[in-house]
Design a protein around this ligand. Structure first.
Ligand code: UD1
Length: 430
């Protein structure tokens, strides 16, 4: 089992290149099978989640040609099966985007039902409500969702909750339905817009992505395209909070500053300096950071995927901060780990009260999930002494060359898998 071992105390300084958005790429790869022509997708992050989804896509017969680490060509002509096995869904929930893609194109899809996950129970009722509204019969049998329609017909659909996944999944199916679909109360995240732009570049007719209402005029066929995925706002924000927590000076490159506004606003509130350029953002922290309150909300609110990273930073800010997690019920597990490093935290229901401390002290901690794992690495970088982060397989799902990027900013971090490697690291840094 691989771990990160970190010697904390170095401020992070320098420039770091941000990769393509994992969550946009997952949906775009699934949507790519909707064309029978070759689609080329660039700026893919080279992370485990993406590689698993590409296996799932190849597994149903589509041509998948990895041009290089960040570029893939997909052709959906050879798809012979519309059945996605539990193995894929278990490894990566977002395989459920193949439901919308297959149903839209072939009017039939069978996808294993995803269960809950480490951050909480994850219902998909809104996805299914959308498919049913478009005319599909949707049954759950033997752990599978089976969706089928003689034809899909556009409808006016009002989502009960704002869901990224449901918005994208239903948008994909509606892209190849007959007539006009109007989706209301949709998610406005940048990756929803990116998926709509991708589908439009294949000939779909989708308007309004990024607002509360999306209008989709169905088309019969989607054609070839070449598309570059947007930068990952969560990866960018992770490095921005790493700069804040380590009293560093980091410029995140290749980003869309507009997508980072909620993060930037909080960094300014706690006393960091933030400078925006056309495609970069610089964060400078000179210490003496102050507490604040934060509530996670759908975009353009503060992202739940940045909650652990801000939580770690607030635990080092002077005063009492309150975090309210309003999207997922089980996203404070990292705070128990952080308490082992000296943080002063109290969790009640969906809110956490954090009394800032001057320092963390290094400890052995476990990554409870992807973003929380990254946040614990930030804590280790800010801590006195040595921190070992276990279960980094979660981090590798969504961060490309995480330790290398951190090292390029001056972090002392290594990936290790044996006691011998740990001892070697200790000798090197002592
Ligand atoms: C996506 C992101 C995830 C991020 C989340 C919120 C991907 C692959 N994952 O997850 O990283 O944390 O958005 O920004 O893009 N809900 C329902 N019924 C549904 C669907 C959702 O009640 O049918 C609820 C969820 O339980 C949650 C809220 O809606 O409370 C938002 O979830 P959603 O936006 O769907 O998250 P995901 O798309 O799963």
């Amino acid at each position: 089992m691989e771990q990160y071992i970190i010697k904390g105390g170095n401020p992070l300084v320098g420039e770091v290149e941000i990769g393509g958005a994992k969550n946009a790429a997952l949906a775009i790869l699934a949507a790519a099978i909707m064309s029978d022509e070759t689609v080329m997708i660039d700026n893919l992050p080279d992370v485990n989640d993406i590689n698993v989804l590409l296996d799932a896509i190849a597994g149903i017969g589509a041509m998948v040609h990895r041009v290089d680490r960040h570029t893939v060509k997909i052709n959906g002509k050879g798809v012979t099966s519309v059945d996605i096995e539990y193995d894929y869904i278990k490894k990566i929930r977002a395989s459920y985007y193949l439901l919308g893609a297959l149903l839209g194109k072939y009017k039939r899809a069978e996808v294993a039902l995803p269960g809950g996950c480490n951050i909480g129970s994850r219902p998909i009722d809104q996805h299914l409500k959308g498919f049913r509204a478009l005319g599909a019969d949707v049954e759950i049998e033997h752990g599978k969702i089976i969706a089928e329609a003689a034809k899909l017909v556009g409808k006016h659909i009002y989502f009960d909750v704002v869901s990224v996944g449901a918005t994208i999944n239903v948008m994909m199916a509606a892209a190849m339905a007959e007539g006009l679909t109007i989706l209301e109360n949709v998610a406005k995240e940048p990756h929803v817009v990116d998926v709509a732009n991708f589908l439009n570049s294949m000939g779909a007719n989708i308007r309004g992505a990024g607002t509360d209402v999306i209008r989709i005029r169905g088309v019969q066929k989607l054609h070839r395209t070449e598309y570059s995925v947007i930068p990952d706002q969560i990866e960018a924000g992770t490095f921005m909070f790493a700069a804040a927590a380590t009293q560093g000076d980091v410029t995140v490159m290749n980003v869309i500053p507009k997508h980072l506004e909620a993060t930037t606003a909080k960094l300014l509130e706690i006393g960091c300096e933030v400078e925006e350029f056309d495609d970069a953002v610089r964060v400078v922290s000179k210490g003496g950071l102050k507490c604040t309150h934060v509530k996670t909300l759908p975009y353009p609110g503060f992202p739940t995927d940045m909650q652990p990273q801000i939580g770690v930073t607030l635990a080092l800010c002077e005063g009492t901060s309150i975090i309210t997690e309003s999207i997922f019920e089980n996203r404070f597990k990292y705070l128990d780990e952080l308490a082992r490093m000296g943080a002063n935290v109290k969790i009640e229901g969906n809110s956490a009260t954090i009394e800032g401390v001057e320092k963390f002290s290094g400890a052995r901690v476990s990554a409870p999930d992807l973003r929380a794992g990254a946040a614990l690495c930030i804590a280790g970088l800010a801590a006195e002494g040595i921190t070992i982060v276990d279960d980094i397989v979660y981090i590798q799902r969504g961060y490309e060359r995480f330790e290398e990027k951190l090292r390029s900013l001056g972090a002392v971090i290594e990936k290790v898998s044996t006691e011998k490697e740990i001892r070697k690291f200790m000798l090197k840094v002592s």
